[in-house]
Design a protein around this ligand. Structure first.
Ligand code: PXL
Length: 277
């Protein structure tokens, strides 16, 4: 397998098993050189904790990028997640435009909302900036809530295939190329991902566990990027990431104290086994 270099831009939530503390180990396990750019440093993630500290690192970004350009450091992929500010998005767009090398792919997880609501740190101005990043990316990995904010289509708790198709069509009309829409559920016992790429739209369905877990969006997107860079097609990478995420949740559901993230580390050997190195 080719040795790929991926840059991932997202926050460090020191405690909470999400963003960079999940992306770095998963991408490394997939066999890729993983370069990190922290968008912010928080004491914990913001979903379920109160009183967390936040240090926004927006100001550091231009100098870091300038140094990399001077050193001629370039990437096979850039994968972005939770960002620290709306201003940061212009810097990230510049990285995508200038730091790629042959075969470059950009993957944007517009990590900003879930269950019909924006995360506490974000507002409409942030959504407007995020649209620019998502619609410029080669691949985006939104959940349904995020796709609604990105397209202006009202969020619905229950829906049918036509609603999902309308979200994907609106994403495409706005400029999206490949979209991996996560958390698409048509029945009580199953959920899945809807993948729209140049081959059309395909659904990967898998079991739905009774408990949802924080941080699974980041586990999913990281595992997807790792598998994609390992040579899987977009659909196959989406399926491997889904199976791995299910196993991470299974490995966590019986521990009520572990509500803030998933125990993804013990399941990494399963993930690696699916990459056919
Ligand atoms: O998992 C997404 C995420 C990442 N980073 C921070 C978050 C969240 C979700 O709430 O709060 C800081």
């Amino acid at each position: 397998m080719e040795y790929k270099r991926v840059l991932t831009v997202q926050d460090i939530s020191c405690f909470g098993q999400c963003s960079l503390t999940v992306a770095l180990p998963i991408l490394s396990a997939a066999g890729h050189e993983t370069v990190i750019l922290p968008s912010a440093v928080l004491s914990t993630h913001t979903a379920g904790f109160t009183g967390f500290t936040v240090r926004d690192l927006t100001e550091d970004m231009p100098a870091i990028t300038a140094h990399w350009k001077k050193e001629k450091i370039a990437f096979d992929a850039i994968y972005t997640g939770y960002l620290g500010s709306a201003e940061q998005i212009a810097y990230v767009l510049d990285m995508i435009r200038t730091l790629g090398r042959t075969g470059f792919v950009s993957v944007v997880d517009p990590a900003m909302a879930d269950n019909g609501k924006l995360y506490p740190a974000f507002d409409e101005a942030f959504v407007e900036e995020m649209k620019k990043l998502v619609f410029a990316a080669d691949i985006s990995v939104p959940n349904i809530t995020e796709a609604c904010f990105l397209t202006g289509i009202p969020y619905r708790e229950s829906y049918d295939r036509a609603y999902i198709d309308s979200l994907l069509t609106a994403m495409k009309q706005n400029g999206a190329k490949t979209v991996v829409l996560t958390g698409v559920t048509f029945s009580d016992k199953t959920t899945g991902v809807m993948v729209m790429d140049e081959n059309g739209v395909r659904y990967y369905e898998h079991i739905k566990l009774p408990r949802g877990s924080h941080g699974t969006g980041d586990v999913y997107a990281s595992a997807f990027v790792g598998a994609l860079l390992a040579g899987k097609s977009c659909f196959d990478a989406a399926a491997v990431a889904a199976d791995y995420t299910v196993k991470c949740i299974e490995n966590t559901v019986d521990d009520p104290d572990h509500w803030y993230g998933v125990k993804f580390e013990p399941v990494l050997p399963y993930y690696i086994s699916r990459l056919d190195h």
